[in-house]
Write a protein that binds this ligand. Sequence first.
Ligand SMILES: Nc1ncnc2c1ncn2[C@@H]1O[C@H](COP(=O)(O)OP(=O)(O)O)[C@@H](O)[C@H]1O
Ligand SMILES: [Mg+2]
Length: 240
Amino acid sequence: MSDLELAVEQLSVGYGRSLIVKSVSLRVGAGELVVIVGPNGSGKSTLMKGISGVLPATSGRIVIRGAGPDVEVTSLPPEQAIRAGVGYVPQHSNVFPSLSIEENLQLGCYIAPKRAKARIIEIYQLFPDLADARRRAARTLSGGQRGMLALGRALMASPAVVLVDEPTAGLSPRYRDVVWQQLIHLRDAGVALLVVEQNTRAALEIGDRGYVLVNGEVSRDADCADLLADDELIKLYIGA
Ligand SMILES: Nc1ncnc2c1ncn2[C@@H]1O[C@H](COP(=O)(O)OP(=O)(O)O)[C@@H](O)[C@H]1O
Ligand SMILES: [Mg+2]
C-alpha cells in the first residue's frame, strides 16, 4: 500500500463573512476509511466543500503527501483538484439528470477522455445496476442508483483520495449496504477515503478512524472503536 496521505491543516472555510469551519486538522491515509460525524449543521458538508475546492479556504492548507514532493491542493478549483487526485461526491445535486448514465460517467473522465471507455467498463463491473441502465436519463434512477452513479463518476478519474458526503442518506437498507460495501472495497483497494455520515453508529462501526465535528470544530478524534465505546458520545449522537 502506498504511503500517500491527505493532510488538512488548520482549515477554515465559510460563506462570505460567516466562518463555519474553524481551524480543522485531519488526515486520511491510503487504505484508510475515515468518517466525519456530528450534529446537523455542524459544518460537515462545508468542510468537504473546502477540501474539494468547491469553496475556497479562508485559511489553512490541504496537501497530498506521498513518495514525491507534497502536492498542494488548497483552494484549487474543482477540475484541478481532480487532476491532483481528489474525487468528491457532494451531498446534493450530484448527477446531471437529463444526461444518460453513460454520459454522466464520461464527464467524470473529462481530464483524460481516452481512458474513459476502459474505465466505464470497470465502473459497470462495480455497479451492475448502472450497466443495465446505461442509456437511460439519470433522472429515471432511484435515489440509491443516483448515489451509485455519483460515486461511479467520481471514480472515473481514478482518484487517490475520495471525499463522500452522506452517501447513504435517504437510501433503503439494501442500497445502504451496497454503498458501504463499495466504500469498503475502495478502502481495501488503497484509496484514502473520507466519508461524512449522518448515521453515527453505522459510520463508527464501519470506519477506521473518526472525527467528531461540533460547531465547525473537531471535538474528538480517535479510532472508531474507541469512539463507539464512549458512552457520553453515544448518548449525545445516537441515543441510549
Ligand atoms: N450556501 C450556504 N450559504 C450560507 N450558509 C450556509 C450555506 N450552506 C450551509 N450554510 C450554513 O453552514 C452551517 C453548516 O452547514 P453544513 O456544512 O451543511 O452542515 P452539516 O453538513 O454538518 O449538516 C449551517 O449553519 C448552514 O446554515
Ligand atoms: Mg451536510
